[in-house]
Design a protein around this ligand. Structure first.
Ligand SMILES: Nc1ncnc2c1ncn2[C@@H]1O[C@H](COP(=O)(O)OP(=O)(O)OP(=O)(O)O)[C@@H](O)[C@H]1O
Ligand SMILES: [Mg+2]
Length: 345
């Protein structure tokens, strides 16, 4: 036992050293640009996040997580989507997103054993978080609906940040947290926060203070010890109007790609898609970004399948009677004709 612990401590020390070098690669401007390609309408949040990640160079402490971010605000505005985009941009691999939802893990102290294993002499296995992080130390750890987590869980997460490692209760393994970016999300007081962000005209720091105040009151308030440990809270704004059409464009483009179809230049213009968005907003009771994008995204499936079956490699999207239509794009006729000309003569 002491021997394995020793080996593990050496490994831990090596990992701490290695991190110092790896972190230099984050270029704030490039990162922000990449993230903005995938996330619509949250530019201020993205700029701050990229700046904070960029500052994490070798001179920073290496015995704590790369960063701890807290994303708050209304549902369906890109919080989880941004966590995914950060994973892709920083770690280049979606498997490096480790996801734990506290809405699913009931508000029980046992949630702690789910995350870091059952105590040594109890039935049960290694913890999910500790085993995941042991396998993938360079990860985005997404802790969803953090306001629903039990106090015991908050305590263990805080200790994982302060000590720079988590100890699995079952195996005794010390798992470093210093290669990870922790992202907490919360819908606590999200309507008020959404309104506040929209009305706010002052500085980012002032907004941060006001959002923290909102997060500390009411039934779904965040634990005070957690709030005091989080430097910046990133408040997401509501996605409206043309921005919804931009999200729709991103989603249907992704859908087309999943069928092996390219989207022609200008083939998913938000100015066109906005018609379909507005029609849905008028006719449906569910008019949040999530509902609208899901509905429109789902409605292009048949068209994409037909286009694929018809041998198309490219498509463009049009809107007719408020519905999104898939139009296969065939090769430019003139080039086909001129290419065929020599053979005919
Ligand atoms: N700002 C945005 N940029 C790009 N896509 C978005 C944006 N907002 C929402 N979406 C799309 O809508 C879907 C729902 O967004 P997401 O899961 O990020 O919501 P959320 O803010 O995490 O909401 P919740 O608080 O309910 O978890 C995503 O899959 C994404 O495709
Ligand atoms: Mg989410």
């Amino acid at each position: 036992m002491p021997r394995t612990m020793l080996t593990h401590d050496v490994l831990l020390a090596e990992q701490l050293d290695r991190k110092a070098n790896e972190l230099k690669v984050i270029n704030a401007e490039q990162l922000a640009a990449r993230l903005k390609e995938h996330i619509v309408g949250q530019d201020k949040v993205i700029d701050q996040i990229a700046r904070q990640l960029g500052q994490r160079d070798a001179s920073k402490r290496t015995d704590e997580p790369i960063a701890v971010f807290c994303f708050v605000g209304p549902p369906g505005v890109g919080k989880t989507e941004l966590a995914k985009a950060i994973t892709d941009a920083v770690y280049k691999d979606r498997n490096h997103l480790l996801f734990y939802s506290f809405a699913e893990m009931a508000k029980l102290p046992q949630a702690a054993t789910t995350l870091i294993g059952s105590p040594k002499n109890y039935v049960g296995g290694e913890g999910k978080l500790t085993s995941d992080l042991r396998r993938i130390p360079n990860a985005v750890v997404l802790l969803d609906d953090i306001e629903k987590a039990h106090a015991a869980v908050i305590e263990l997460i805080l200790s994982g940040w302060d000590d720079g490692f988590l100890t699995d209760q079952q195996t005794g393994h010390k798992v470093p947290t210093n290669g990870a970016i922790f992202i907490l999300t919360s819908n606590a007081n999200s309507r008020e926060i959404g309104e506040l962000v929209e009305a706010h005209t002052g500085t980012f720091d002032e907004l941060n203070r006001k959002v923290k105040d909102l997060l500390s009151v009411g039934e779904s308030a965040l634990a005070p010890e957690l709030l005091s440990r989080i430097e910046t809270v990133f408040a997401f704004r509501n996605i409206r109007g043309i921005d919804i059409a931009r999200v729709v464009a991103l989603r249907i483009e992704r859908r087309a790609k999943s069928y092996g179809l390219a989207v022609a230049d200008g083939g998913s213009r938000k100015e066109i898609l906005i018609d379909a968005v507005q029609r849905l907003q008028k006719t449906s009771t569910k008019s949040g970004v999530r509902d609208i994008t899901l509905k429109l995204e789902g409605s292009v499936d048949d068209g994409l399948i037909d286009a694929k079956a018809g041998g198309a490699t490219k498509v463009r999207f049009e809107v007719e009677d408020g519905k999104v239509k898939v139009v296969p794009v065939t090769e430019d006729r003139t080039s086909v004709v001129s290419a065929a000309a020599p053979a005919a003569s």
